[in-house]
Design a protein around this ligand. Structure first.
Ligand SMILES: [Zn+2]
Length: 465
């Protein structure tokens, strides 16, 4: 009985605190025309006081409506770069003020540039929030807000991970892939998931291969390369499970696709449970899996399972930095063990060398970050500055304690994963006295980066003298 009671309490708690909306309806796409027509209903919407609904600004909204009352809601539309660069923010109100019904139907359409000819790629951009038609396929992750994404302003929570039951129709496609389901050779199919998922869509004219339940979409890899790469991925996952002490329960699929820009480079991003490589030629997935110096990028994306793409999402002003820097830190450790010291040293040199060139640049300590502009350069902050701080803290406390801190970051409940949370988990790991000393030196000091570089300068080959 007690067990049964606990079970019911768990269900109630789940419903109260983690109501996950479900998306249903139809998405029609033309790969050749670059058109997307959505008729989507979001239901089981949680009760939120302060909210907006994000929809990519490339779409023209026809209506937000309720079918029960055959009524189209009046809505307001705003733009706020700090909430989303890619989207307009919608909300519904009546004479009593803002309201959020439990179920809403959205009908909207958009036409996007199809960048199949390289002459149109010059000066063009691509990123994970881009609705990318490259002439062969459409790639759009949840980061694009192509489906209505509820955002809880008070709790700084995006409801991009949702349950779904949707139809995808694309007459000029050969293959359909919706994150959370295996790919399918079809032009019209229903996809369903009861597991909350970021709705990455990758549909178009491409083939796929499968190895040990891992799908490779549009692969530029031979069967042997797929086998070797799958085994490497397994090694990273085993390393993470053992050291983070939380089972790595994800089978990632891999996408290879070409970008909508023309520059020397490519990028990887994760939309759990998919890792996408966006690059062509020597920046294709084939290069990433062939050369030892690019394999750490895969280790980093896999580390995101714990930080931001699967196990836990972090919020507040420093949430993204926690996700990126700790992914960078634990992936560096995995690289050292699995790929060897030389590749590790090279990775650390890449992280720290920026400060040799920019010795006069001032970074605000992590305790003083209040908004996005406080980072100065967000990219440098997330991938160079804070990982360097973590490497210095490792020099003070050792790798075992660092992984204990990682575990505490992942299992300690908090509404906001802000600076107080970061500090309290460090205290929980190494005790208040030592945490106070390290906080003063590395987390609240204007000279944190100098202190960190001084501490780690004995690391071999780290690019800082
Ligand atoms: Zn990352």
């Amino acid at each position: 009985m007690k067990k049964l009671l606990t079970f019911f309490i768990l269900i109630i708690v789940n419903n109260l605190f983690a109501q996950i909306p479900t998306l249903s309806g139809t998405v029609k796409v033309s790969i050749n025309e670059g058109t997307i027509d959505c008729d989507l209903t979001l239901y089981d919407i949680p009760e939120l006081k302060e909210y907006v609904i994000l929809i990519n600004s490339g779409f023209n909204l026809n209506v937000i409506r309720t079918d029960e009352n055959e009524f189209n809601y009046p809505y307001s539309k705003k733009y706020d770069k700090d909430i989303s660069e890619e989207s307009f923010l919608y909300s519904i109100s009546n004479e009593k003020g803002k309201l959020l019904p439990n179920k809403l139907r959205f009908i909207y359409s958009g036409k996007f540039p199809v960048k199949k000819d390289t002459t149109f790629l010059q000066g063009s951009k691509d990123w994970n929030g881009n609705i990318a038609f490259n002439g062969k396929s459409l790639r759009m992750a949840g980061a694009t807000n192509w489906y209505p994404i509820l955002y809880d302003i008070e709790m700084d929570k995006r409801y991009n991970e949702i349950k779904y039951n949707i139809n995808i129709v694309c007459e000029d496609c050969k293959t359909l892939y919706v994150n959370g389901n295996p790919p399918l050779y079809s032009t019209n199919s229903n996809f369903k998931s009861d597991y909350p998922t970021d709705l990455l869509l990758f549909i178009g004219n491409y083939d796929f291969k499968e190895y040990n339940k891992i799908y490779y979409l549009n692969p530029d890899l031979t069967d042997d390369e797929i086998k070797n790469f799958s085994e490497l991925v397994q090694k990273f996952k085993t390393y993470y499970s053992k050291n983070v002490k939380i089972p790595y329960e994800a089978d990632y699929n891999f996408i290879q696709t070409t970008p909508t820009f023309k520059k020397n480079g490519g990028f990887l991003f994760v939309s759990y449970p998919t890792i996408a490589n966006v690059g062509s030629g020597k920046y294709g997935l084939k290069s990433v899996v062939t050369y030892d110096y690019t394999k750490p990028l895969v280790a980093h994306e896999l580390a995101h399972y714990y930080f931001g793409a699967g196990y836990r999402q972090f919020n507040s002003e420093i949430g993204n930095v926690i996700q990126e820097s700790f992914s960078e830190y634990i992936s560096a450790q995995a690289v050292k063990e699995i790929l060897g010291q030389e590749i590790y040293d090279n990775k650390i040199a890449n992280i720290t060398s920026r400060f040799k060139k920019e010795s006069d640049k001032i970074y605000k300590p992590i305790s003083n970050i209040e908004n996005y502009s406080d980072f100065g350069n967000y990219y440098a902050y997330a991938y160079n500055y804070f990982p360097t701080i973590l490497l210095a803290i490792e020099k003070e406390v050792g790798q075992t304690k660092m992984f204990e801190w990682v575990n505490n970051l992942l299992i300690t409940t908090a509404n906001f994963t802000d600076f107080q949370f970061l500090k309290s988990t460090l205290e929980k790991t190494i005790g208040k006295k030592k945490a106070d000393i390290l906080t003063t030196k590395y987390l609240t000091s204007e000279k944190a980066i100098e202190n960190a570089l001084e501490k780690i300068k004995t690391l071999p080959n780290n690019g800082y003298k």
